[in-house]
Design a protein around this ligand. Sequence first.
Ligand code: AVJ
Length: 322
Amino acid sequence: MNVVPPSLKAVPEFAADVREGLTKYGQRELPSKYLYDEVGSELFEAICLLPEYGLTRADTRLLQRHAEEMVSLMPAPAHVAELGSGSGKKTRTILQALARRRRTFYYPIEISQAALAACEKELGQLDFISLVGYEKSYLDGLRAVASRREPGEHLCVLFLGSTIGNFDRPAADDFLGQVRSELEPGDSLLLGTDLEKDVRLQLLAYDDPVGVTAAFNLNLLARVNRELGANFELREFRHLALWNEQERRIEMHLQSSRRQQVEIPGAALLLRVEEGETIWTESSHKYHPDEPAELAERSGFRQIAQWVDDEWPFAQNLWLVE
Ligand code: AVJ
């Protein structure tokens, strides 16, 4: 259906972010949002099927079991914006529940063109739902969506799958505060949060024995090779998942197996990495069950309900703007 064209500065922005991240003093890093090119988006879909990665199944189960109740607690929204829809698979039940109440506009907001295309295929044909995709950052997309509504129409924001976990705790406060500033009384936010659990289980979810997560992580270097003409030797890096107890998060890194040099022409960079040095590619913060309500409070929402999965500790949290 309708796709707003990607911004022309997408490539230079990638180059600038790669350059900034890889030249950081102390710990080098690459932003996790770049994990999701066409290959990465497919690998993530495969991760969601792994027995060790219970997160997506828990998310989906809660949406399926409680969609009616969730929807009944929201002032009927005419517009639904999803931040990071991915393939859109888990969104179907809640969208259909919403569309049973009234005709609904659904706006998946994705910086991954591949994921957005998959989502349009998955959810573009539902009855009583008009899909308009935005290939934009979350906040730019949300601003675009907010400008489309008529006075009195409510907006519901979906932020599922514990994507919030990719933000550091202070950055999550700040980000959700910015989301709040685009909203009005009567609007709602459904937030998915992965909860703290046994550390061994948690680590297995990010270091599966088949190696799909390793491939997902390493593909980020492959993407830098493809898009910025770099010569990362993928076999000289290994996937690392670790639990940071202080910050209560899983971190994914790529660890160099030897001292090596990498050229990244598209980012005008010659990189020297030491043996054992890591590039930090993602954080997945895990939450105490009480944390979401406190987060709501700090960012200007009120949490009105929470549903916790009984197999895999994961919570859906429903927030209202009053
Ligand atoms: C899609 C960001 C929620 O952090 O669990 C899966 C991505 N990374 N395996 C997560 C991911 C490694 C995932 N999120």
